[in-house]
Design a protein around this ligand. Structure first.
Ligand code: PEP
Length: 250
């Protein structure tokens, strides 16, 4: 069985106090009663304190990004070793906000994936089409290309530490979600693309999360789809009750 995962991407929200407050509230939730793997991705400045707060918790820690280099003259950047040193287990790579606002290319994301894999950081690799591409019927082609250019240079062994997040860009932060059928159709396709490139077994074992305006009121029907193994949650992850409700939607 694939790992079911619900991950919260806090983006550029929560100062240290707010972050600790949210983590305390999440620590009150009884996530030990579920098999779902729960992950939070606070901003860089809160990671170390978050790691301390989560010491006795099943909640895992992710960063929202990493630099592709080991160390050196990269002002303002954070290396994989730095992330490891503050207890980070996962990294989000290729979020659409990084692709669109910060112009991160498939080529750069491929380098980030290599660096993360080398440092044994688990990867949440985000892919997804913009609205225009969907309207033109190119969404499958776009997602396949993102996988091929950004991820498929990883070895089969490295792929075991990769989770895919399918996030149609038109559904992120917009209140609009893909229908459960649209999500299922794309997730099934992604699984096939992975199976064709690696093996059927790797395709079957790879967790594929849906992201895009998942809320407590729609999580259940999206997560009920066969190839949807959980969610990457933005806005609703900033509220402990909403996030916990989404986790418990399985
Ligand atoms: C995201 O940023 O990954 C995301 C899915 O955001 P939201 O849930 O707010 O749409």
């Amino acid at each position: 069985m694939r790992t079911q995962i619900v991950a919260g991407n806090w983006k550029m929200n929560c100062n240290l106090d707010e972050s600790q407050h949210l983590l305390n509230a999440l620590n009150q939730k009884n996530f030990t009663t579920t098999d779902v793997e729960v992950i939070v991705a606070p901003p860089y400045t809160n990671l170390y304190a978050a790691h301390q707060s989560l010491k006795d918790s099943p909640i895992k820690l992710s960063s929202q990004n990493l630099n592709e280099n080991e160390k050196g003259a990269y002002t303002g950047e954070i290396s994989p070793a730095m992330l490891k040193s503050v207890g980070v287990e996962y990294v989000i790579i290729g979020h659409s906000e990084r692709r669109v606002i910060y112009k991160e290319t498939d080529h750069l994301l491929a380098k980030k994936a290599t660096t993360a894999a080398k440092h044994n950081l688990k990867i949440m690799f985000c892919i997804g089409e913009v609205l225009e591409q969907r309207k033109e019927g190119r969404h499958f082609e776009i997602v396949k290309e993102q996988l091929e250019k950004g991820l498929f240079h990883l070895s089969a062994t490295e792929m075991k530490n990769v989770v895919i997040a399918y996030e149609p860009v038109w559904a992120i932060g917009t209140g609009e979600t893909a229908s459960p059928e649209q999500a299922q159709e794309m997730h099934q396709y992604i699984r096939k693309v992975i199976a064709d490139h690696y093996t059927i077994k790797i395709g079957e074992q790879t967790s594929i999360l849906y992201g895009g305006s998942v809320k407590p009121n729609n999580a259940k029907e999206i997560f009920a789809k066969e190839d949807v193994d959980g969610g990457l949650i933005g806005g609703a992850s900033l509220d402990a009750d909403s996030f916990a409700d989404i986790v418990m939607s399985f």
